[in-house]
Write a protein that binds this ligand. Sequence first.
Ligand code: FES
Length: 209
Amino acid sequence: MLAKEQNDLITLIGPSTPGGDLMRRYWQPVALSEELGTDTPIPVTVFSEALVLYRDAAGRPNLIGRYCPHRRVDLSYGRVEAGGLRCIYHGWVLAGDGRCLEQPGEPANSRYKERIRHIAYSCREAGGVILAYFGPGEPPVLPAFGFFDCAPERVWATKIHHACNYLQANEGNVDPQHLSFLHATLGAGSLYPELNSLITADVAPRLEV
Ligand code: FES
């Protein structure tokens, strides 16, 4: 059993936690491609950070801070326009790289927008998934997962909400013995009847790591 301090160290992933810093060094999935249309931004929360995802005119995903750097209005209500996302309150336009492109309420000769740098993260899209890099410096190369290059009809991308931390979920993922009991009823009548013989044949699997 881990002590509370050890448990916190390995499970907390908010900003400026050791676990959070480690996870931010890797590309992370933030949404399914099918969730993000061309003209409606969607709010996402990743690593305890409130963000908004939108597609630019070229169809590329962009991930920026959810709250407008002007008066903190929720940008998931914003309008997607050429160049960026327009806040519906005073009309600032925020680009996917964090620059502010327009401030309609400022005098014509104002250069105030040049001083604005909004929260923005690099995004990629592959295998029906939108991924983002939250770490310092240039993003690493995207991992060469086989499903990133498959034809769309050969890929099934999905996501599941788990009301627990990532470690608890992964403890279940590497625990095949529970399949023989918790999931034994997946067999007959389910979408995957062929699983039944697999998961009931050996109730004491030997794990090699
Ligand atoms: S609150 Fe967004 S432009 Fe003012």
